[in-house]
Design a protein around this ligand. Structure first.
Ligand code: UDP
Length: 262
């Protein structure tokens, strides 16, 4: 399969067309952004780690019947994926209250939730990805009832699987964000998991120490982001396979630009 033109460039990834309209190439960049693009940096090696970690999680999810866009990892930074129409909603699953939930509702940081909490945000940077309800989703036809029912079942199973997987390696899955897309499988539209699942899109705390092993290290200027992502990869048993990841200079953000604090 041949790599074609750039179709889309997001904050942390680029999507390239291929010579087959059903497939695309997903490229992981080193760029990190937070607070809706107000804070930016390039973190040497982050894309390589996210590519590998996301491949690991998505291929495990595939093995338990969660259909997703990953076909195969092509190289250090790229994956061959099924080309989907992304549903413009960020699906957030929370097991422990933190981040925007605490800010918005005054809930104490670290409160354990009785059951996983699902939130829906509209994928729209200009509007700051606002929280929306299911009624909004149906009214504005961002997704159908049937699609949301299917996605909610997937969310439950993805969460159960990932909580267990991370707990097994001493990590608490606090929350995460996923995206879904519509894939045209020979004329039949299927809802499949898309995008990535990585320390950029999850909150991962060490079970014993509550040390943050995710993008909060960047958001909160905690430093050592690459070491934390490497720790996640190492615990998942996938770090050693990628010897080329090792020689990173352990750099912190090379250019941090803060427009205004939130
Ligand atoms: N998240 C994400 N992309 C976004 C917003 C959130 O991957 O654009 C993830 C984030 O990493 C966390 C979860 O979704 O694991 C919940 O994030 P929250 O709503 O608390 O957002 P924040 O505190 O980052 O504003």
């Amino acid at each position: 399969m041949k790599k074609g033109k750039k179709i889309y460039e997001g904050k942390a990834k680029i999507i390239f067309a291929t010579n087959d309209k059903n497939f695309a190439i997903q490229h992981f960049k080193d760029d990190a952004t937070a607070f809706n693009n107000q804070k930016k940096a390039s973190i040497n090696g982050k894309g390589i780690l996210n590519n590998r970690i996301s491949e690991h999680i998505l291929s495990n999810l595939n093995q338990i019947g969660i259909k997703n866009h990953l076909v195969k990892r092509l190289n250090m930074r790229e994956q061959l994926v099924k080309f989907v129409e992304i549903i413009p909603i960020e699906f957030i699953v929370r097991n422990v209250a933190t981040g925007s939930l605490c800010k918005r509702l005054g809930i104490e940081d670290g409160t354990i939730l009785d059951k996983p909490l699902f939130e829906f945000c509209l994928k729209d940077d200009k509007l700051n990805d606002p929280l929306i309800s299911k009624e909004h989703i149906f009214e504005f036809k961002w997704a159908t009832k049937k699609e949301i029912e299917k996605i909610e079942k997937y969310l439950e199973r993805i969460n159960d699987f990932m909580v267990g997987m991370f707990r097994g390696v001493g990590i608490k899955l606090v929350d995460f964000k996923v995206e879904f897309g519509r894939y045209n499988n020979k004329g039949k539209i299927e809802i499949i998991l898309a995008d990535e699942i990585s320390p950029d899109t999850c909150r991962l705390w060490d079970i014993k120490t509550e040390k943050k092993l995710d993008k909060d290290r960047f958001r909160k200027n905690l430093g050592n982001l690459i070491q934390a992502y490497q720790d996640v990869a190492r615990r998942l048993g996938i770090f050693h396979e990628q010897t080329n990841i090792r020689p990173f200079k352990l750099l912190e953000p090379t250019a941090v630009k803060i427009k205004k604090s939130k």
